[in-house]
Design a protein around this ligand. Sequence first.
Ligand code: 13P
Length: 342
Amino acid sequence: MTERLEDIATAMVAPGKGILAADESTGTIKKRFDSIGLESTENARRDYREMLFRTEEAMRNYISGVILFDETLRQKAADGTPLAELIRSSGAIPGIKVDKGAKPLALSPGEQITEGLDGLRERLAEYYDLGARFAKWRAVITIGDGLPTWNCENANAHALARYAALCQEAKIVPIVEPEVLMDGPGATHDIDRCYDVTHKVLRIVFRELHAANVNLEGIVLKPNMVIAGQKCSKQASPNEVAEKTVKCLKATVPSAVPGIAFLSGGQSGEEATRHLSLMNEIGNLPWALTFSYGRALQAAALQAWGGKSENVAAGQRAFAHRAKMNSLAALGKWQDKLEEAA
Ligand code: 13P
């Protein structure tokens, strides 16, 4: 029996649950492993991810789905169980990153376009057979002097819409991720500039989704929060981030979308949790607001593990803690003092 797209999307943003983004490409996971002095071998990547997916408390209670990289969807745990099966048996849904990365946008210096549409229909059919029920495509928008350009916004939104339509044709829920970057060498912009760019990008994205006949009830949006660039001298308060993000999303995201799952984008684990909780405290929202964090869910676990088998339990404790904190944040019930209890 094929599940309905709407039901999968709703399950991905179920109350108190969110998504673990563990889809780092081979290049990105190498950078993460470099930070703990670990060589990035196929087995090391498997061991690390197996540690996360075997964190029963987190996976069963707080995680609705896991975004995987191609290699991981095909990998088996040390005992021979496919990693996708581990995820499914914990009650979470396996998902797959299907974009082929952001490449320089021709004739648009400093900007990027995400590739991966060629052959995507065939790849989606295979991913479905391997157990994936949702997918992810990340578009990258850089703020800078005269950036983003009309060309970059429109090219990326168009690609996102073509990807989303192909996913739905394949009975796979598309996570639509237009990321306005908060980090990078030129990220000196303030929160209001982030608001304006995010607002414009989201309007264009929904225009393109509409033009491509995408069913909004069968997608999950994965946006950035509205936040100052990391190099901006004037950082906004957590309340301002929460208020401006909710205002921006209300102005641009149709209520037919079942849920919005934020990326963390360079925020620390605790910051990303605090912002999400404050937004849910505002309440009266037409969609679920939850997390689809990569770094903000994994950084503490990666450090605690350090690539050593004797630290697996410590890594799992760190992951379970962050997952629980974010689950509370998705309900608007996180509090500072709960962090100390860790
Ligand atoms: P971060 O939460 O680390 O930004 O990663 C989420 C993600 O999936 C980016 O594509």
